[in-house]
Design a protein around this ligand. Structure first.
Ligand SMILES: Nc1ncnc2c1ncn2[C@@H]1O[C@H](COP(=O)(O)OP(=O)(O)OP(=O)(O)O)[C@@H](O)[C@H]1O
Length: 235
């Protein structure tokens, strides 16, 4: 469903992606990992058509990103930093996004799940970081789409909200959805991910299950396996 061929992207002299290939054709949770600055967000934004590559081809569900941008309606995206208009109230933002997307929604249940009712009449600028992230999650999950792209979804969440997020992910995975997640929280990744996609030096250095990663690195501990994979590449 996602096909990336020979993707190159540089910002000025900074060559971030250099000949990246990726193919995902089944549902499940895919964790996009890699050191800071390795290009995880750049890859995600290229798939979303928000970053224009210097070279290479991307298709999502058979639609080439360059020409058939309407495919974006089929993606639920949670940005790493949500730039909400601070003067809007939470409920106004939710209804604005509903109007824009014009798709059936199930916001009520999510609002209750993340205990957002007491915040609906508050302006976005006045919310705490974690509450903003809960709003971000509601916006990303309220439409039914085949593909979810979540950039650091756990940021700022309290333990209860984190449990709710994991439940949502599990439910959508059972519904056959494809879910791409970036996260630096390895405990979370270990719990939810079916596959790890590890970016290094502008390419995918490893793609496979956590069990495969353990086998490849000879490390049982996930954190150590991730650290080992980065150092193996320098050998
Ligand atoms: N719009 C931009 N203009 C200039 N440089 C950029 C831009 N976007 C990203 N970069 C650079 O590209 C590199 C990769 O950034 P990116 O945000 O994709 O990394 P990341 O793997 O998501 O990092 P992190 O783990 O810190 O979130 C970084 O060096 C970053 O400074």
């Amino acid at each position: 469903m996602i096909q990336v061929n020979d993707l190159h992207k540089k910002f000025g002299k900074n060559q971030v992606l250099q000949g990246l290939d990726l193919s995902i054709d089944n549902g499940g949770i895919f964790a996009v990992l890699g050191p800071n600055g390795s290009g995880k967000t750049t890859l995600i934004k290229s798939i979303l058509g928000m970053v224009i590559p210097n070279k290479g081809d991307i298709s999502v569900q058979g639609n080439r990103v360059k020409t058939k941008w309407k495919y974006r309606k089929e993606i639920n995206y949670l940005p790493q930093i949500a730039n909400f208009p601070g003067n809007l109230k939470v409920k106004e933002l939710i209804s604005m996004i509903m109007d824009l997307r014009q798709k059936p929604v199930d916001a009520e249940k999510l609002i209750a799940q993340f205990n957002l009712e007491p915040h609906l009449n508050k302006k976005l600028a006045t919310l705490s970081g974690g509450t903003k992230q809960k709003v971000n999650i509601v916006l990303a999950f309220m439409f039914d789409s085949p593909l979810y792209i979540l950039d650091e979804p756990t940021t700022g969440l309290d333990p209860n909200a984190l449990i709710q997020l994991k439940q949502l992910l599990d439910q959508e995975k059972k519904n056959g959805k494809m879910i791409l997640i970036t996260s630096h929280i390895l405990q979370f990744v270990e719990e939810v991910a079916d596959e790890v996609i590890y970016l290094l030096e502008g390419k995918i250095y490893f793609k496979g299950s956590i069990a495969d990663l353990r086998k490849k690195t000879g490390k049982d501990n996930f954190e150590h396996a991730i650290a080992a994979i980065a150092s193996q590449s320098n050998d």
